[in-house]
Design a protein around this ligand. Structure first.
Ligand code: FES
Ligand code: FES
Length: 158
């Protein structure tokens, strides 16, 4: 079956990869989305499916036919950093980095729908993405910096 991944048509086999996370990582070699809890609890596998944030570990590949999937690899053109990626670096918002791909996509979706979030709105929007390294204050600072600098325009898809 075919779906669009980061703007390109890609074919995957749902019998080999029953979950969207397996299709992305194992069939297509996109290792930005991470496998962690595998139970829809941590957000490490977060991707965007037709613009909506989903946990790829809980999303059936067979249900994604014809859909547009965005992973962190599609956040910005190759060789460039999205403003959120730069802000995460500047504000030291990643330690091990395992949660970061999902955090970035959740932040992108937030700024698209709410260009001027309060810190509490950022906390709520990011609550589906856990960070074992405890970088939450720095993640909020990074998102706040992008929102303040761009009015949220940086949340727009690349
Ligand atoms: S690996 Fe999907 S939510 Fe944790
Ligand atoms: S930076 Fe390590 S889990 Fe978030």
């Amino acid at each position: 079956m075919r779906l669009s991944v980061n703007g390109s048509p890609r074919d995957v086999d749902p019998t080999r990869a029953p979950t969207l996370l397996a299709a992305l990582r194992d069939e297509l070699g996109l290792i930005g989305p991470k496998l962690s809890c595998d139970h829809g609890e941590c957000g490490a596998c977060t991707v965007r499916l037709d613009g909506e944030l989903v946990y790829a570990c809980l999303t059936l590949t067979a249900a994604c036919e014809g859909a547009h999937v965005q992973t962190v690899e599609g956040l910005s053109p190759a060789g460039t950093l999205h403003p959120l990626q730069q802000a995460f670096i500047t504000h030291d918002a990643a330690q091990c980095g395992f949660c970061t791909p999902g955090q970035l996509l959740a932040a992108q979706a937030l700024l698209e729908r709410n260009p001027h979030p309060t810190d509490d709105e950022i906390r709520v929007a990011m609550s589906g993405n856990l960070c074992r390294c405890g970088t939450y204050p720095k993640i909020i600072a990074a998102i706040r910096a992008v929102a303040d600098a761009s009015g949220g325009a940086a949340g727009a898809p690349a």
